[in-house]
Write a protein that binds this ligand. Structure first.
Ligand code: MG
Ligand code: MG
Length: 254
């Protein structure tokens, strides 16, 4: 999908109530998984924790079954950028883990991701994670009435490239509502003032993806899901579902 929309869809107050509920479930999944992710734990065990939160909140997964995806979380480790499949892999001290997951409540979707170090982080790992968080925070600050879609990508691109990192071109954020992936694409690069206007009620999933080696190059593994860096360097992935509120951004997945 490219920017075919002249104007972006705006959500009603009633719809936003549901999206906040979905977002809160995603935040709870994150909190539970973050607390459990440590050396010796498998990524399959983290998926199970995600499933338990969904069940407890009577929410369903927008990841499970998505084009056949077999889990409720993506767990991407070290050089894996996005779409890692949870399984028997055991987390090791110093690993960089990115967790992406979502939830559906009454037909409305939430989607968010975080990156963390397992056990002790090297300075290089921590710097990559901190830069990803900084890029996401800057992009969220661009979600104001009167802004433009290009402001978001520009904010991310400036921080990522200033830090010397790369970012894959074929993966990006998206509109979100009654489906997880809606128009428009929210690219991790762009130009300020370009693209459709950001108006109150617009909701977007913003998701910077960083490649430590500085290249934009990625490839997909034979499992047809896992995307890894082309140069084998570390990757980080963070995401929030964000509303353009009347006075500024509101993070729904928090
Ligand atoms: Mg996601
Ligand atoms: Mg997403």
């Amino acid at each position: 999908m490219r920017h075919r929309l002249a104007t972006l869809p705006r959500r009603s107050a009633v719809d936003l109530r549901q999206m906040r509920l979905a977002g809160r479930v995603v935040a709870e999944m994150h909190e539970a998984i973050r607390g459990a992710a440590q050396p010796g734990v498998t990524t399959a065990a983290l998926d199970l924790i995600g499933r338990e939160v969904l069940a407890k909140r009577s929410a369903t997964s927008n990841f499970l079954g998505y084009h056949g995806f077999p889990a409720v979380i993506c767990a991407s480790v070290n050089d894996e950028v996005v779409h890692g499949i949870p399984g028997p892999r055991t987390l090791q001290d110093g690993d960089l883990l990115s967790i992406d997951c979502g939830a559906i409540v009454n037909g409305w979707h939430g989607d968010a991701a975080f990156s963390m170090a397992i056990g002790t982080a090297t300075a290089a790992t921590q710097r990559l994670i901190d830069t990803a968080d900084k890029a996401l925070a800057a992009a969220i600050r661009a979600m104001v009435p009167g802004g433009h879609l290009g402001d978001i990508g520009a904010a991310i691109e400036e921080i990522v490239s200033a830090a010397g990192y790369g970012s894959p071109r074929d993966y990006c954020g998206h509109g979100i509502g009654t489906a997880m992936h809606e128009e428009p694409d929210v690219e991790n690069r762009g130009r300020r003032g370009k693209g459709p206007a950001l108006e109150q009620g617009v909701v977007l999933a913003i998701e910077p993806m960083l490649i430590a080696g500085g290249s934009d190059d990625v490839r997909e593994l034979d499992d047809d899901w896992t995307v890894v860096t082309g140069d084998g360097s570390l990757a980080a992935h963070v995401e929030h579902t964000v509303l353009v509120g009347p006075d500024g951004p509101e993070i729904l997945t928090i």
